[in-house]
Design a protein around this ligand. Structure first.
Ligand code: AHG
Ligand code: MN
Ligand code: MN
Length: 327
């Protein structure tokens, strides 16, 4: 589209890549790529759009459910996390692109049938922060992709891609392929994710710290001392949503630190290594930040023993994470 101004033809609109454009372009960097990975990412993108539309309508489920037990989509009323789980499992398993999927909601891996087995294993948390659904706080979906050749249990440094979708004041799709982190915002008018946050880099330093401080009495002495120190710093600000996706997303954009450490009641922490920690550790590294897992080592180097293994997790701006480590 062009607008005539001062006798010159001046462009009025500019080209903004969509998520699909971007993934296709990235694929061009791999001469042997077959397009299968792009197909897989497209399935995740489509599922994210469907989940996003359900998240928006979630407050209506009770009202509409009372009369007909069907929601605005004409489907039986389902809890949002169960719906998201079923949607992702069914979509990915029938896509022909996955060998198996592992969902936070299902104890065992789900394998694709012989006739439609693909090359990838996808780990996902279909709806992260589910305690926030009823209160309109941000929630998300997390995914982590491996090639099937390494088997179900692979260290996080073998991830082919990882990302999350945040259903917040806007819907964003953020992912890494191992070449930086890019963020796309859903334009509801056209139904496409548009590149809004190219090459996300975590600020070197940040004022926000994010931890469930209600557990402080259960923390070890060094974590307690660290928190005491933060409280003496005039610049510190505490933020804790209780959705990892939301707390980590803020950390990517504004900097600071997020912690879900081990404590006396949860000696291995609460977050899942392969479903929550590793995708965010990969994104953090790619965004120039730092991540720590059990015993302060990089979670991406841990060889998992089982698919639902737990791990403590600290991530964020380099300076903030180094300060935590110094305690
Ligand atoms: P999920 O809703 O997928 O079960 O995950 C919730 C997780 C994570 O998103 C968040 O960081 C953490 O639980 C909060 O736990 P606490 O309520 O113990 O603070
Ligand atoms: Mn979760
Ligand atoms: Mn979940």
């Amino acid at each position: 589209m062009f607008l005539i101004r001062e006798g010159l033809l001046k462009p009025m609109y500019k080209y903004v890549p969509t998520l699909t454009d971007y993934i296709l372009r990235e694929q061009e960097n791999f001469p042997r790529a077959t397009g299968r990975f792009t197909m897989l990412m497209t399935q995740i993108e489509n599922s994210a759009k469907i989940i996003a539309s359900h998240v928006k309508a979630s407050g209506l489920v009770d009202i509409i459910g009372k009369t007909g037990n069907t929601n605005t989509f004409g489907e039986e009323v389902q809890k949002l996390d169960e719906f998201s789980n079923k949607l992702l499992v069914d979509t990915l398993i029938s896509s022909g692109e996955v060998y198996a999927v592992v969902s936070e909601e299902i104890p065992d891996p789900v394998f694709a049938p012989k006739e439609s087995k693909g090359e990838y294993i996808v780990y996902f948390d279909p709806l992260d922060g589910s305690s926030n659904i009823d209160t309109n706080c941000p929630i998300g979906t997390i995914f982590s992709i491996y090639h099937k050749d390494g088997g179900l249990l692979q260290p996080g440094n073998k991830q082919v891609a990882a990302g999350y979708i945040i259903y917040g004041s806007s819907v964003m799709f953020v992912y890494t392929f191992g070449h930086g982190v890019n963020g796309f915002t859903l334009d509801p008018a056209i139904g496409s994710f548009l590149l809004s946050h190219p090459d996300i880099k975590i600020p070197e330093d940040g004022v926000y710290y994010s931890i469930n401080q209600a557990y402080e009495a259960l923390f070890d002495e060094s974590t307690k001392k660290y928190l005491e120190h933060l409280r003496t710093e005039a610049k510190s600000k505490l933020r804790f949503v209780g959705s990892l996706v939301a707390d980590a997303h803020r950390t990517f954009i504004k900097g600071g630190i997020f912690l879900y450490v081990a404590d006396k009641k949860q000696p291995e922490g609460k977050l899942r290594l392969m479903i929550e920690v590793n995708p965010f550790a990969f994104l953090t590294e790619q965004a120039g930040g730092k991540a720590l897992g059990a015993k302060g080592i990089n979670p991406l180097d841990i060889m998992p023993k089982h698919i639902h293994q737990l791990s403590p997790f600290v991530m964020g701006s380099k300076k903030n994470v180094e300060l935590f480590r110094s305690f």
